[in-house]
Ligand binder design. Structure first.
Ligand code: TRP
Length: 333
């Protein structure tokens, strides 16, 4: 099989919510149909910002379990932790030799911190560790190591992919042959924007998220707390102006959507009834995921075994890339 290779990097920060599920997890899992798909937990990237070991460990487990519960099939794809592949760090060191310091200075994430520091008249590099500064090199290594053809990303990550391209091209230009594969970004343009509980885009930082694995009671409580206007029960309501309906659409069949829209327009349905309908379809989709998630979390050793098997599949691929580069570079004598 010579399918193209896709690579998805997952930063283990915080618990997953419904916005992640529709915006990132579902579209990334779809890739396994058309690509030789690889997924990894970017745990060394997370270390740049997470210094509490218990917190980092539980994030890694929860994110890994969350993707498995959402349908990632570790027998059909390669699923591993970045930290299990020491070749990533070997490659990152070699790539550093081809990465201009000026390139790193231009990284959006770094520049944003420097700008914030300047506005506060702090030292420009206050709070910037070298892990953060060289983040694009490690990410380039993640990608290039696995001969990735495409990397599905949100818009915020496009610059990182362009940097990986620049770095791979610099290597190939120096040795006058294709030592490394130059990756392409597959930008998720129209990924579903999932409305949060307050009507703004669902985001952990807005505190308006519905956790993907909330238990039934918590899920109902969150949905019942959604912000609505003061229209009376009898009034006809516009479904497309309602956050409840917009969320409902993500979980309901076409017939269900049409039926609820008709009830909105007819009047006689209050917001609490609409919320009950929403809860019913959300819980219908998430209950099996929640069950799988809890079972995976409860069996920690099973999860470790899945990730260890993934690392076993990944390492020979990684070793081949590093060997190719070492030979080209004259490191291997
Ligand atoms: N930087 C990505 C993010 O913040 C995570 C990531 C790390 C990644 N390495 C990667 C994504 C390699 C794709 C490929 O979401």
């Amino acid at each position: 099989m010579d399918r193209k290779i896709s690579l998805t990097g997952i930063k283990p920060t915080g618990s997953l919510h419904i916005g992640n599920y529709f915006g990132a997890i579902k579209p990334a899992l779809e890739l396994a149909k058309d690509y030789d798909a690889r997924y990894f937990i970017a745990d060394y990237h997370a270390l740049n910002t997470m210094k509490n070991p218990a917190e980092l460990q539980s994030c890694i487990r929860e994110v890994a379990a969350g993707w498995l519960a959402s349908g990632l099939d570790p027998d059909r794809v390669i699923f591993y932790r970045q930290s299990s592949i020491p070749e990533v760090f070997e490659l990152a060191t070699m790539l550093m030799a081809f990465t201009g310091k000026g390139l790193m200075n231009r990284a959006h994430a770094y520049k944003a911190i420097v700008q914030a520091n300047n506005e506060k008249s702090s030292d420009p590099d206050a709070g910037v560790n070298m892990g953060l500064y060289t983040y694009p090199v490690l990410m380039a290594a993640d990608i290039i190591l696995f001969d990735s053809d495409v990397v599905p990303v949100g818009k915020d990550q496009v610059q990182h992919i362009e940097m990986a391209q620049d770095i791979a091209r610099a290597v190939n230009a120096n040795y006058r042959r294709d030592v490394l594969k130059v990756p392409q970004a597959a930008v998720r343009e129209q990924a579903a924007v999932v409305p949060g509980l307050d009507g703004r885009k669902m985001s952990k930082s807005y505190g308006n998220a519905i956790p993907l694995f909330a238990d039934e009671k918590q899920l109902r409580k969150l949905i019942m707390r959604m912000v609505t206007n003061s229209q009376a029960v009898e009034e006809s309501k516009d479904p497309d102006q309602s956050q409840i309906y917009l969320l409902y659409k993500l979980f309901a069949s076409a017939e269900e959507q049409a039926a609820l829209a008709a009830r909105y327009r007819a009047g006689g349905m209050g917001w609490s009834e609409a919320k009950e309908e929403l809860f019913r379809v959300v819980n219908r989709e998430l209950a099996p995921l929640r069950g799988r998630f809890e079972a995976i979390i409860a069996d920690g050793e099973g999860l470790d075994r899945v990730l260890a098997r993934g690392a076993e599949k990944a390492r020979p691929i990684a070793a081949a890339t590093v060997t190719r580069f070492r030979r080209a570079a004259g490191i291997d004598l």
